[in-house]
Design a protein around this ligand. Structure first.
Ligand code: NDP
Length: 457
């Protein structure tokens, strides 16, 4: 590693001692950039790394709202506007009690490289709040009601709206922020700004949403896996897959894997993991999607009613099946550790496609890279979601809408470009097949060149 990288990493650690996730994300990227920094001394001269690790702006605000019993509740929210060198800030909003500055800065940092990889003009940002829509503040065992979620979203947007805009910052969904929350926030933005613009993506189809956007992250993750397999002359047909999560990304990854002839053996949530040795059926997946998205229930309930699946309470998806060809972590950060990686490798896994952001710990990543299996980091393989958000922005600006087939074809093409750019960058800088290095370098170079061209800002 270069002295320049060492220096910047030391500064990041000293300046942000309480931000472990952010430090982890920065470390993961910077430690792979040695060759490109050596070949391009202008990056160090222009302090590109120092500027990239410092958000352009961090907004922190309180969100007061009234629950159904009339009590005032207060949450803490943020928007991290990380880097706008190549386009307006773009990145999701997460509502979860685990949201804090470190988690959002890590996500915003990752987003800069991911958005650059999509080939579309989007900068990087991320936001969210420590609000938990899954836990009622007054009735144990219940969730927040729709009315509470609406009042929360309206209050959240009442502050956020002054910091965003279709050419400034375009948020989208993330954990616990789906069509319902985007709808409430869009309605409040429209009311406050008195304009109808594509300021949020992930909108409903009847008001500017793009076909395939809900499916895009999961589908894109699987398309990326197809591209990796194609380099080895393989396909997904018959592959035994394990997936974590059962939310947006996991369920559509499962759907696409099934369509392509793979066997989906596991899904998980906070209650535990389900295991179907012969693979879940499309009907089971549909029931799970209804349970999670409409009834807002848990996999434990599904397992009770379904004989063909076994349930492992409070377990993750990794150490259950005996024979595994491919793993798709699609739930949350740091959900797959060194022990899980060792189990996967021992049980035949030759492909790991990350649908979530930073789901594998550094030790797990090292195990996959050292084993030279097909391992795609989230910033490359889950970029289909934000890429399709970019397509939604284009459709909104042009007041047009593309068909499902058109958007899917564009998504497939973008995932191939991301794959090929990462592959080519890794090859060019001497580590063929290393998608971690390739994705980081390909994403970094475009942003770094734009920053150099725009002067010190
Ligand atoms: P969802 O909220 O729809 O789903 C998250 C899933 O992860 C749920 O099944 C949830 O379980 C599970 N989960 C969350 N925390 C835990 C935990 N502590 N233990 C066990 N399971 C847990 O989110 P998404 O599918 O949208 O996002 C998943 C990941 O993908 C995140 O890392 C996100 O940043 C990333 N991502 C999402 C994109 C998108 O377009 N949505 C785009 C790119 C990346 P439960 O239902 O019980 O809460």
């Amino acid at each position: 590693m270069s002295k320049y990288i060492d220096k910047v990493l030391a500064e990041v650690k000293a300046k942000n001692p309480n931000e472990p996730e952010f430090i982890q994300a920065v470390d993961e990227v910077l430690t792979t950039l040695g060759p490109v920094l050596k070949a391009n001394p202008q990056y160090e001269k222009n302090a590109i790394l120092e500027r990239m690790v410092e958000p352009e702006r961090v907004i922190m605000f309180r969100v007061p709202w009234v629950d159904d019993k009339g009590f005032v509740r207060v949450n803490r929210a943020y928007r991290i506007q990380m880097n706008s060198a190549i386009g307006p800030y773009k990145g999701g909003l997460r509502f979860d009690p685990t949201v804090n500055l470190s988690v959002l800065k890590f996500l915003a940092f990752e987003q800069v490289f991911k958005n650059s990889l999509t080939t579309l003009p989007m900068g990087g940002g991320k936001g969210g709040c420590d609000f938990n829509p899954k836990v009622s503040p007054h009735t144990p065992g219940k969730r927040c009601s729709d009315a509470e979620v609406m009042r929360f979203c309206q209050s959240f947007m009442t502050e956020l709206y002054r910091h965003i805009g279709p050419d400034t910052d375009v948020p989208a969904g993330d954990m616990n922020v789906g069509a319902r929350e985007i709808g409430y926030m869009f309605g409040q933005y429209k009311r406050l700004a008195n304009e109808w613009t594509g300021v949020l993506t992930g909108k409903g189809l009847s008001y500017g949403g793009s076909l395939i956007r809900p499916e895009a992250t999961g589908y894109g993750t699987v398309y990326f896996a197809e591209n990796m397999l194609a380099m080895r002359g393989e396909t997904l047909e018959g592959k035994k897959c394990v997936i974590s999560g059962s939310g947006n990304v996991a369920s559509f990854a499962a759907e696409k894997l099934m369509q392509l002839g793979a066997k989906v053996m596991t899904l998980s949530d906070r209650s535990g993991a389900i295991y179907a040795p012969d693979g879940l059926t499309p009907k089971m997946l549909k029931d799970i999607m209804t349970l999670k998205n409409v009834k807002r229930g848990e996999l434990a309930e599904f397992a009770k009613k379904t004989k063909a699946v076994k349930f492992f309470a409070k377990a993750n998806s990794w150490q259950i099946a005996d024979k595994i060809d491919a793993a798709f972590p699609c739930a949350r950060q740091n959900e797959l550790d060194a022990k899980d990686a060792a189990y996967l490798l021992k049980h035949g896994c030759t492909l790991v496609g990350e649908g979530a952001n930073m789901p594998s710990t550094p030790e797990a990543i090292a195990a996959f890279v050292n084993a030279k299996i097909m391992y795609s980091p989230g910033k490359a393989s889950n970029a289909g979601g934000v890429a399709t958000s970019g397509l939604e922005m284009s459709q909104n600006s042009g007041r047009i809408s593309w068909t499902r087939e058109e958007v899917d074809a564009k998504l497939k093409q973008i995932m191939k470009s991301i794959h090929d750019n990462a592959w080519n960058a890794a090859e060019k800088y001497g580590d063929k097949g290393n998608y971690v290095m390739g994705a980081n370098i390909a994403g970094f170079t475009k942003v770094a060149d734009a920053m150099v061209a725009q002067g010190v800002c």
